[in-house]
Design a protein around this ligand. Structure first.
Ligand code: SF4
Ligand code: SF4
Length: 326
């Protein structure tokens, strides 16, 4: 069970509360951006949870071996917007990152891309934010996360190997190395994707790392509804007979409906919830912000948000009977 805070999400105040809330609810792993301030914030939240209830999920950092939608942000110049624009970009943003005054708050934007086609004037562009290869090793050596995730894509075998060598140069004893990849948009078959995973598997085993495969159904779409949950479940159905050794975890489009599309026995080892998990507690985060207090210091809001988080993840915790999947 993993909470994805967002590989480009740098909204520190919400990250603190998200990490603390989902760690308290029982996730095994929290996945954050490769950013010193974000990691520091997530660690503070996990320290607080450990002190409060004695549990501590792994802290995972996500990197990519090339351009990737998870590692981008949108941008536009608000001075170019007509005064009478009905602001479809703002209405569509799930992270509430767009305001009239600032344009896009880059710390909040997590790169879902939904605003980009909504601007009738084509003012919104995407900007790549993935960590450059030379910066990966030094940053990991400084931040020393418990686990690492590498987002990869079909055809990027060499880039994956270069990124992984750089990761190993940091000499961090990772509890787990996750590899995230999907089919959507690549025009390949499930068999070809499995082949790509096998290539990465043999490379990871050379370094004696235990991989976890994160199957990315429909990227960053879990908050959109049941259809996306089906896509993620279908990807697992296609890949699991072909995949290399290691647990399979579903992501990309996962939400509360995902469990309904999977077998009750011998299903995927785990699940990662991202945008949907964040949206679920957004009302309380917004209210806490309006009250100018962190969510954790507002007992009624915290309890209500915690109930929501537990409702999302409990079916998975019960299903996996405490098996540590991340
Ligand atoms: S819609 Fe998505 S890409 Fe656009 S600003 Fe919001 S979070 Fe960023
Ligand atoms: S839709 Fe385009 S023009 Fe309208 S507010 Fe958004 S960026 Fe500006």
């Amino acid at each position: 069970m993993k909470l994805i805070c967002g590989a480009s999400n740098q909204d520190l105040s919400s990250i603190w509360d998200l990490c603390a809330l989902y760690a308290t609810a029982g996730v095994h792993c929290i996945d954050v951006a490769a950013d010193a301030a974000v990691v520091h914030t997530a660690r503070e939240a996990l320290d607080w949870v450990q002190k409060s209830i004695g549990v501590r999920p792994w802290l995972m950092i996500s990197v990519s071996d090339g351009q990737d939608e998870h590692f981008r942000k949108a941008w536009f110049n608000p001075k170019l917007c007509p005064m009478d624009c009905p602001r479809p970009c703002q209405k569509t943003c799930p992270a509430l990152a767009i305001t009239k005054q600032e344009g896009i708050n880059s710390k909040r934007c997590y790169g879902c891309g939904r605003c980009i086609p909504r601007c009738p004037l084509g003012l919104i562009v995407e900007q790549d934010h993935h960590l450059k290869l030379k910066d990966v090793g030094p940053l990991l050596a400084e931040l020393r996360p418990d686990a690492i995730e590498i987002h990869t894509a079909p055809g990027r075998k060499n880039e994956f190997q270069a990124t992984f060598s750089e990761i190993m140069s940091a000499k961090v004893p990772f509890q787990r190395v996750a590899v995230s990849c999907g089919l959507q948009g690549y025009g390949i078959t499930a068999k070809e994707l499995a082949q790509e995973l096998w290539e990465r598997h043999s490379y990871l085993r050379r370094y004696k790392q235990k991989p976890l495969w994160q199957l990315d159904g429909r990227r960053m779409s879990g908050d959109l509804g049941g259809g996306t949950a089906k896509v993620a479940a279908k990807l697992w159905q296609k890949i699991h007979p072909l995949a290399p050794p290691g647990p399979l975890q579903l992501a990309g489009g996962t939400n509360e409906k995902t469990i309904n599309y999977l077998p009750t026995k011998n299903g995927p080892a785990g699940i990662a919830f991202g945008g949907m998990a964040r949206k679920l507690i957004q009302p309380w985060l917004i209210q806490a912000e309006a009250n100018q207090i962190p969510l954790r210091k507002w007992p009624e809001g915290w309890q209500a948000a915690l109930q929501e988080a537990k409702q999302l993840i409990n079916p998975w915790l019960l299903r996996s009977s405490g098996h540590h999947t991340c």
